[in-house]
Every structure is written in structure tokens, then in C-alpha cells.
Design a protein around this ligand. Structure first.
Ligand SMILES: Nc1ccn([C@H]2C[C@H](O)[C@@H](COP(=O)(O)OP(=O)(O)OP(=O)(O)O)O2)c(=O)n1
Length: 166
């Protein structure tokens, strides 16, 4: 039997970034919190939540995928912190006028260019350490750039637009 839209939503079925964006905007508007949701405040809130997320894993050592030994309440807590990070990220993107879904898809395309399967398969090396210059004209090759910024690759595909100011 088909479930109603609200039930499906409640189960998180097919939730979209746009939906989360709208709900966060509504949440802030209802509380007259738009005044607090400035880019910098949201960024700091996001970083704070990343800290809370990190605390969950802190001192545990490596944990197996799927977290099979974790209690239900620990997993629920993890879900809450992951959600805080996502919600602030979505809100920050919205307030900055960035279409996060579109930006993420574009970034995935850029990642695929930087990390061609042929050169990256089975290797976790940074792109600046794997490229031999033959397969990816836009990646900058082995430039020995220790910060991973790939100083020679910025122009062609716009991967690196780091602020170069000192
Ligand atoms: N000015 C604010 C404050 C909160 N939130 C929303 C976004 C987050 O999802 C959540 C964060 O709430 P808290 O600051 O209370 O943080 P926690 O939920 O992590 O609680 P605690 O810090 O006690 O762990 O609420 C928001 O949008 N804007």
C-alpha cells in the first residue's frame, strides 16, 4: 500500500536539500532568528557541531563500518550531530546564495577529473602525488605542492581558487 506523503517524509524518504533548506528558513523565520543567521555565525555554529560530532568518536579508536557494537542511543546521538552539521551547512549555503546541490554535483565532476580511475584505483594518494601529467591536462601534475593546493592547476577547471593573500 502506498504511504501518504507525510509518512514518507517522516521516514526521511527522498528528502531533498531544498526541503531541508525550506524547513531551516521557516524555523529561523518563525523565531525571528534571521538576524542571527549571518554567514559567519552559521559557519561558527557549523564548526561547533563538527566538534560535537568529533567528540562522539574521540578516544574510541577505529570503529568498524556500520557501528555494529554501538548502542541504539549512541547511534541516535550520532544521527543528531550529523544532522546538526548538515542543517547548518544547508543554511549557510542558502544564506550565502550557493545552490549546494548544484555545487556538489559540479564538485563531484571536478573530483572525477582530478582522480581518474586509472590513476587512483586502490590508492588514497592526493591528486598532486599521483598524476604523471599524461592523463589529466587540467590537474596540474606532480608539482610537489605540499599543501595539496595544486598551485599549477587552478586555471583550467577552477578547482583551486584559494585566496593567495599572505
Ligand atoms: N541559532 C540557532 C540555534 C539552533 N539552531 C538549530 C540548528 C541545529 O540543528 C540545532 C542546534 O541547536 P543547539 O545550539 O541547541 O545545539 P545542540 O542541539 O547540538 O545541543 P547541545 O549543544 O546541547 O548538544 O538547532 C539554529 O538553526 N539556529
Amino acid at each position: 500500500m502506498m504511504t501518504g506523503v507525510s509518512e514518507r517524509e517522516e521516514e526521511g524518504f527522498g528528502v531533498t536539500l531544498e526541503e531541508l533548506q525550506m524547513k531551516m528558513a521557516e524555523f529561523a523565520r518563525e523565531r525571528d532568528w534571521d538576524q542571527f543567521h549571518s554567514p559567519r555565525n552559521l559557519l561558527l555554529a557549523l564548526v561547533g557541531e563538527v566538534g560535537e560530532l568529533s567528540e562522539i568518536f574521540q578516544w574510541r579508536g577505529e570503529v568498524p563500518r556500520g557501528l555494529p557494537d554501538w548502542k541504539d542511543e549512541e547511534k541516535q546521538h550520532l544521527g543528531e550531530e550529523l544532522s546538526d552539521v548538515l542543517l547548518y551547512l544547508v543554511r549557510l549555503s542558502d544564506i550565502c546564495g550557493i545552490d549546494l546541490g548544484k555545487a556538489a554535483l559540479r564538485k563531484l565532476d571536478l573530483n572525477a577529473i582530478k582522480y581518474p580511475v586509472k590513476l587512483s584505483k586502490g590508492s588514497s594518494k592526493k591528486y598532486s602525488q599521483i598524476n604523471n601529467g599524461d592523463d589529466c591536462d587540467t590537474c596540474g601534475g606532480s608539482n610537489g605542492d605540499s599543501d595539496g593546493g595544486g598551485g599549477g592547476n587552478g586555471g583550467a577547471v577552477g578547482i583551486n581558487n584559494k585566496d593567495k593573500r599572505q
